[in-house]
Design a protein around this ligand. Sequence first.
Ligand code: MG
Length: 159
Amino acid sequence: MMRIGFGYDVHRLIEGRKLLLGGVEVPFEKGLLGHSDADVLLHAVIDALIGAAGLGDIGRHFPPTDDAFKDISSVNLLERARALIEEKGFSIGNLDSTIVCQAPKLLGHIPGMVKTIAATLGCAEDRINVKAKTEEGLGFTGAGEGISAYATVLLMEKR
Ligand code: MG
């Protein structure tokens, strides 16, 4: 059996924070604001995984009110999400995602993101896809106020 999941997330860009996307530190003058490291791509991926497994959402499992998750690496949260889906008997079919970001340019960082996500989920890199695009200067991502991300995942039930 197969299960599909979808995830979306957005974080505000501010000065004085590191920019982490897909577990990779991207050099930039601003970073994303959040309770954890605010890795918007990994949060969308985690929500897609949790959604596909029918387990609610990221906030239910890793609440932003919990000090245990303050400044935590989202790679650590992705590891925990992997454990949740494996506990339910699922493995990764494939994952596709899009980061919406006006600046900086992300193309050169995508292979590192794919590698990190695949290694954390314990699957082959060719099952993981990351895309990046701008919003043509429109809206809050276009104005550089924030970065958003979308992810879809297919889970396979282990038999
Ligand atoms: Mg988030």
